[in-house]
Every structure is written in structure tokens, then in C-alpha cells.
Design a protein around this ligand. Sequence first.
Ligand SMILES: Cc1cc2nc3c(=O)[nH]c(=O)nc-3n(C[C@H](O)[C@H](O)[C@H](O)COP(=O)(O)OP(=O)(O)OC[C@H]3O[C@@H](n4cnc5c(N)ncnc54)[C@H](O)[C@@H]3O)c2cc1C
Ligand code: FES
Ligand code: FES
Length: 470
Amino acid sequence: MTAEPITNSIQFLLNGQPASIENAGTQTTLLDVLRDYGLTGAKEGCAEGECGACMVLDVAAREGGCRYQAINSCLMLAPMAGGREIYTVEALAENGELAEAQRAMAAAGGSQCGYCTPGFVVSLFAEQYRPERTGSCDPHALAGNLCRCTGYRPIGDAARSLGAPPPGYFRDRLSQPPQPLLNFNYQSDGQQFERPTTLARCLSIAAEDPQVRWIAGATDLGVESNLRFRRWPHLVSLEAVPDLREFSDTAEYVGIGGALPLTDIALQWQNAPGIFGQWLPLFASPPLRNSATLGGNLATASPIGDGAPMLLALDASVRLTSARAARTIPLTSFFTGYRHSVLEPGELIVAIEIPKPLPAYSRFYKVAKRRMDDISTVAAGFAADLDLNGRVTRARFAFGGVAATPLRIYAAEEAILGERWNKATIKRVQSALENALNPIGDHRGSAEYRREIANSLIEKFCWEYQEAAA
Ligand SMILES: Cc1cc2nc3c(=O)[nH]c(=O)nc-3n(C[C@H](O)[C@H](O)[C@H](O)COP(=O)(O)OP(=O)(O)OC[C@H]3O[C@@H](n4cnc5c(N)ncnc54)[C@H](O)[C@@H]3O)c2cc1C
Ligand code: FES
Ligand code: FES
């Protein structure tokens, strides 16, 4: 378990050709690197994963080959590109012929000033070549790309006009897996970025250097770096550690690796409960979900992180490990205060475990200023089981955005146990909520507003459950 030799060179495949970048800062973005390379199709709009102007394609593994996934190059740190295969908009035309995604955008009048267009084209390209897709392209796949001047109808028309990918290099490429990510130990200007391939090596690095900062999808850290100028002297990437990217679905539990991106979870979790299917599309945008992980989401301990209410409703536990010890704790005990958790320095979220049987009925609700791609004002994960007489045998009511931490409201759960849902019992649950919630008021919503939302979501859950059970 020795350290990989240190290098100051980032080698990767760029538009099908080997590329090498020397001495880039560990927190330089891939976007900056590409633009310095003369590939200026990808642009900076926001530098925080919101606009999609910086979109590029990353080649990701899938069973039997690979897939192209759109990612925000403004959030990928340059060393994260080491060993990857990246395509930019400049490479999509083949043999002098525009790609169908490019032609469709032009034909539908999907571009005016053109600032956003390369990003839209890249996302549309990824959607057209998505292996599981049938029929025409889904305009929802373009969420995460913003356009200020054209309007989305012609862009949606461009998407709907595209069907199966045409024969050629990019279609043939899909049948080959990408190169696996290898050990990588990069240093530049006294800053270090390591990407080990074993859990043991991650832990020994952290034992030697208590300053290490784990980095998974970088969708939080990238924003901290770009907009708040946070700097970390020693980053340790979790992306190449198989133990952290496992998914298992057994008779006893569902296990989700802490560093498994959300898109991969969705691809692997056959028969996921309703709550997961409702939660996923409300979490950021497709390119963010291609990188973001549940480990990263929980580790931030944000009171408005969306992962926690969904996982609390499923009674999840987190498997943690450090060089000193391993432990599994219920997620209900994980958050200790505003943006604080039980995680100790050098400790990792290895996996999230969801016990079986899964609840018979579960729902996720997210109330935000915008319906899609926005930060929650209040998020709720609810789950319940009824007996044959319609009495509640198990209830879990979890919230984000109503206190300093995500939490379950046990008093409200107890108020409905053994009861049928009706107006009187809903009132009882609501008054238990009333006593337990302690919302923070901010620019997204006053404390009173959050309380009202929590009350009405419980009622909504009850009526929706009854409708589903009828
Ligand atoms: C545009 C945009 C939209 C977003 N929308 C949403 C949304 O709708 N809902 C939502 O909840 N969040 C949202 N986020 C926040 C972010 O995407 C999530 O919190 C994401 O899950 C973080 O995962 P990551 O892998 O990118 O974490 P990273 O950025 O890599 O890491 C985040 C933190 O977690 C630590 N960490 C990472 N993995 C582990 C691990 N396995 N063990 C211990 N510590 C670890 C890191 O050290 C770091 O402190 C959004 C972010 C952006 C930029
Ligand atoms: S620059 Fe806006 S998402 Fe990257
Ligand atoms: S065409 Fe101008 S921002 Fe989209």
C-alpha cells in the first residue's frame, strides 16, 4: 500500500486524442484548462453548475460498454480529469458533417446569441446517445442548461426531432468500456490531489495527514472553490475506490456506496421505492446528478440537503469507517447540529444502508421557489404501512428545512400509529408537528411559512395515500 509516485502532469483523452496538462493548480477547473487549450466552445456562465454553458461529455462505464454523460466542466477540478475520456462540442461533428444535435438546433431556430448553444448541444448529444433511450429525445434531459434569449420551445422542438443515434464513431464507441480510473498522485504549487483505488489507501492517507479533504463529485466543493475561493492543500478523490461505489440489493437491505453518483444509483436500483423515483428528478439537474453522490450530500450536513429526508423516511443507516474504527449508525443520529455531523476527521461515509422490507407507500415532496433545479425551502420524506383494516402500522415523517438539521418527527409518527387516516388523526399529527418543529426563517421562507408547508404536506400525504390504496 505504497503511495503512487508524484506527478505534475494530468494525462487524459481529449476529443479522442491523448492530452497532457502540466502544473495546473489542483483547484483549476477543467473548464479553464479546456479554454487554455483553445477549445472555447465550453464557456463560463455561472461557475456553479447552474447554467450549463460549460457542458462537456465524460465517458462513463455501463454494463457492456460505456455511455456519454454531460458534466459541468466548471465544477470538475483539473486533476479529476486525469485518466478520463472527455469530449467537447468541437469534436461532435464527424468528417466535416455537423452532429445531428447541432443540425437540429440550427433547423429549429434553437440559438440566438449562441452563448448557451454549445452546452445545449452537448446535453442533447448525450441524450441522443443514451443507451437506454427509445423514441425521440426527452427535452427534460436538457435541464441544467439555461438560455436567456431563444426561449425553450424551439430547443425542445430540436430535442423532440431527434431519434436513434446515427452510425459512426460515437455510436461504435458505446460498445467499448472506458479505461478504469487509476491511482493518481498529483502535485502542483505545493498542493496535492490524490486518487487512490482502495479504501485502505484512503484511510492510511487520512491517518498520515489529518488535513485531507475528501472529494467525490465536487458539486459542493467545486462551488466552494470557485465562488468562495476555499482552498484545500490535500484533496483525496473517492471516485476510483470500488468499495465506495458498490450497489447491492439483498433480501435484508439495499446498500448504496457513499461515492456512487446519483445517476448510477438510478440505473442500478431496479424496483426502487416510489420515494426515490419522486426524489431523483427534483435533485438538481441531470449533469449534476451524473457527478453528485449521497455521501457528499450527507457529509455537508446541510439542513436543506434533499438526500436526508428521503433516506430518513426509509430508515437508513450510514456505514462509516476511519483508520481507527468502523461503525454503522442510524441516519437519525448522524446530524448533530447546523452543518455538523458525527463524522470525525479522516472518517468516510462508506455506504448508506436501507433496511428491508421497504415501506408499502412512500413519498418525497420538495417545496422551492422553482419546481425544478432549485434549493429546497422545505423537503419532506414520508413513508407508511397500513394493516388490512387500514390502520397505520409504521410511519416515518422526515423533514429538511424546518430545523437546524434534517430530522424525523417521532411525536407525529406516534400520533398516527394504530389509527386510520382521517380528519381527526391528521389534526393530531399536525399538532404534534406544531410542537416539534423549530424552523429557521430566511430569504427562502419565513419560519411560519415553513410550519404551514410542513402541515399541509402531511395532509397531502394522507390523502394521496388513501387515493393510492383505494
Ligand atoms: C447547481 C447545483 C444544484 C444542486 N441541487 C441540489 C439539490 O437539488 N438538492 C441537494 O440536496 N443538493 C443539491 N446540490 C448540492 C450538491 O450537489 C449535493 O450536496 C451533492 O450530493 C454533493 O455530493 P458530491 O459528491 O458532489 O460532494 P463533494 O462536493 O465532492 O463533497 C461535499 C462534501 O462532502 C465530503 N464528502 C464527500 N464524500 C464523502 C464521503 N463518502 N464521506 C465523507 N465525506 C465526504 C467532502 O469532503 C465535502 O466536504 C446542488 C449543487 C449545485 C452546484
Ligand atoms: S459555468 Fe454555469 S454551469 Fe458551469
Ligand atoms: S441563445 Fe443566447 S443565451 Fe441561449
